[in-house]
Design a protein around this ligand. Structure first.
Ligand SMILES: Cc1ncc(COP(=O)(O)O)c(C=O)c1O
Length: 385
């Protein structure tokens, strides 16, 4: 039996099946079972920021596999401590304590619980088009009806406002508002960026009204937009920051970073995770942060991000509604369903990913080259010429 059909027999059909079986990855390429190579411009949904089988990341993980894979956080481990210290340094700000978990949604769950215990309040404001994950707390913060409706009522008291609408934000604040949560650049929602004044006013409101700012950089962080955090470019200073996806070199990870003030209000035992802070993931974090120390990678992201955006914008076709993005986080919104375009790219051995039903999303590895992007650009130009 063909392997694709076999997986359909055993796995719950929660994901659309792209119809390819990959067995290996190397650099910016994935290889199928026949050895055919595919250019991966989705970085495995933003995880493989340094591509596949990166020599120093792979060897750091291999070394740690030999030493110690798991260690409960009630025991100390130098790799974990170092990963936390280096992460805090990378965020360059007021954050001073770290909680490790195993996925983006878990990082969000922790952020919500920490905000609640630190403030004693239970009203949260999030954005209408936001995506923060699908566990129940994260889903309460996620916007849109599609994922939420089957599970209503969700948790606590969430108000969803239009991303970028300061007046709606101001109207939604109450004395019980604990925190406002945003993705600086919305990812799953379709690569949306708000006007700069929204970020400035949001930051100002949080400080003036004593409301915590939770910034979800699970997709936009770790160099994706040309700076370590996308929020740096908008002047955001989070009280709580969530990271995930590629920060541990491909090992499952969630990270929630908080200020000293918040951490001092979090009681012992209130939130823990068996696998959170395992030395394998922490060795991945150290290896990824080390790669990012080479500042040239940020220049590559900025330069090639701008190039990709300009090239896609230059395609003149009424079926393309808009092209937008920041760094190597780029979306091409279509006036038609994105699946045929994703299929056409796949036929040319190029992987891009959807955002919603009509947006083609590009999250290439940060090490991508111009020549590699040109391959995708020429296919898209051909489709829309
Ligand atoms: C911004 C953002 N937050 C949270 C999540 C949830 O992460 P995970 O799928 O690892 O639970 C995602 C996943 O795509 C995301 O893009």
């Amino acid at each position: 039996m063909n392997k694709t059909t076999a997986s359909e027999n055993y796995l719950i059909a929660l994901y659309p099946n792209r119809g390819i079986t990959f067995t290996k990855g190397n650099g910016v390429y994935l290889y199928d079972q026949n050895g055919e190579k595919y250019l991966d411009l989705g970085s495995n949904y933003g995880v493989n920021i340094f591509g596949y089988n990166h020599p120093s990341i792979t060897s750091a993980l291999q070394r740690q596999l030999n030493d110690l894979v798991n260690l409960h956080c009630s025991f100390n481990n130098q790799v974990r401590t170092q990963a936390a210290e280096n992460l805090l340094k990378a965020t360059n700000g007021r954050l001073s304590k770290v909680f490790f978990s195993n996925s983006g949604a878990e990082a969000i769950e922790a952020a919500l619980k920490f905000a609640r215990v630190a403030t004693g309040k239970s009203h949260f404001i999030a954005m209408k088009n936001a995506y923060h994950g699908k566990t129940l707390g994260a889903l309460s913060a996620t916007g849109g009806d599609r994922y939420r409706n089957p599970f209503l009522p969700l948790l606590w008291d969430f108000t969803h406002i239009t991303f970028g609408d300061t007046e709606e934000l101001q109207r939604s604040i109450s004395n019980n508002t604990a925190a406002i949560m945003i993705e600086p650049v919305q990812g799953e929602g379709g690569i949306h960026i708000a006007p700069q004044e929204f970020y400035s006013q949001l930051q100002d409101i949080c400080v003036r009204r004593n409301i915590l700012l939770i910034v979800d950089e699970i997709q936009s962080g770790v160099g994706r937009t040309g700076t370590f955090l996308a929020g740096e470019q908008f002047g955001l200073k989070p009280d709580i920051l969530c990271l995930g996806k590629g920060i541990a070199g491909g090992i499952p990870i969630g990270v929630t970073l908080v200020t000293k003030e918040i951490s001092s209000k979090i009681p012992l035992h209130i939130h823990t995770s068996t696998f959170g802070g395992n030395p394998l993931a922490c060795a991945g974090i150290l290896a990824v942060l080390k790669e990012l120390e080479n500042g040239k990678i940020f220049d590559n992201v900025k330069e090639l991000g701008r190039y990709l955006l300009d090239q896609l914008k230059s395609i003149d076709n009424p079926k393309i509604a808009e092209v937008r993005g920041l760094g190597l986080m780029v979306g091409m919104e279509l006036k038609e369903n994105a699946t045929p375009v994703l299929r056409a790219l796949q036929q040319e051995r190029i992987i891009a990913i959807p955002a919603g039903s009509n947006i083609v999303r590009f999250l290439p590895p940060l090490i991508i080259t111009k020549n590699e992007l040109d391959k995708a650009i020429s296919v898209l130009k051909r489709i829309y010429s």
